[in-house]
Ligand binder design. Sequence first.
Ligand SMILES: NC(=O)c1ccc[n+]([C@@H]2O[C@H](COP(=O)([O-])OP(=O)(O)OC[C@H]3O[C@@H](n4cnc5c(N)ncnc54)[C@H](OP(=O)(O)O)[C@@H]3O)[C@@H](O)[C@H]2O)c1
Length: 302
Amino acid sequence: MRYRDLGRTGLRVSELGFGCASWWGKPRFEERTALGLVHEAIDLGVTLFDTGASYSAGEAEPRLGRALKGRDTSQLVIATKAGTYHAGGGRIARDMSPSAIVASAERSLVNLGLDALGLLQLHGPSAAELDALLPTLESLKARGVARAVGLNSFDPLVIEHAVGLPQVDVVMVDYNVLRPEREPLIARAAAGGKGVLAGMPLAMGHTRPLLARLKGPQDIWYAARALAKHRGELAKGRRFSFLHDLPEMTGAQAALAYVLSNPGVSAAVFGATRSGHLRENIAASGLALSADLISRIRAAQQ
Ligand SMILES: NC(=O)c1ccc[n+]([C@@H]2O[C@H](COP(=O)([O-])OP(=O)(O)OC[C@H]3O[C@@H](n4cnc5c(N)ncnc54)[C@H](OP(=O)(O)O)[C@@H]3O)[C@@H](O)[C@H]2O)c1
């Protein structure tokens, strides 16, 4: 596993991080398997784990805490999010008030069994909410609740705004082969000393046809989410099916190697619920794409 600086935070992270979200955090996904994936990731050199207070209807964060129990977390960077919470019945609500962010961060410490969060990210704030929360974020850092602070947003205007704020250490953006339009923004963020986390680096698996992926209950859950929310990605993903026919690496590895070939990216945070996927993804660290493959990806992005 290779490691990279997380911007100017002074933290170093594995260039592949494990996302503890979605199906991974759901009670329907067996606890032993979910915890086993985290342990396997740690054993294979992963030091970055990303979750959120509202992930998996609030179940992901305490589950990650159970996975970390009894483990040496001193070399790990545990990232979580605040500003959204599970409001019951599968509904996710937002509260970006300073008191809610402080309470959420303190609850995360308990859920995760940590003395300090590696990274606290606001979960989808507006630019105005981010501005209003800067003193809160600074105070959480000064109190030692979080070692670094930032935000996760899929709104490029909000990220652009955040890049100009000295109080923001890290931004998490949606970046993968389907999203080359994020590249100028990532370059500006990195030039400004921000750590950049690429969320959804596998494009949620949409470079492979949906039907080819339906093997277990999680696949049906992911497919339902894709049909409800990500039809655009499903359509775009078809242009990248050639990634799955390469002799030198798998399609997932090519997708991750593409994200990691961007020097502005500190880490790609993928989700996986199968040990084979986890191992395959971790083996993507250090893989280089040929010039020919990069040209084919660029052509498909047009
Ligand atoms: N998606 C979002 O809206 C979002 C938002 C903010 C932050 N994030 C962060 O980004 C992380 C990753 O996002 P994500 O899980 O939505 O997207 P992703 O990592 O791009 O894709 C995950 C999907 O790819 C599949 N996969 C993983 N490894 C594979 C392999 N080697 N071969 C084939 N398929 C593979 C997984 O299947 P299996 O489960 O079968 O392994 C899962 O269906 C999250 O955990 C979170 O930390 C995501």
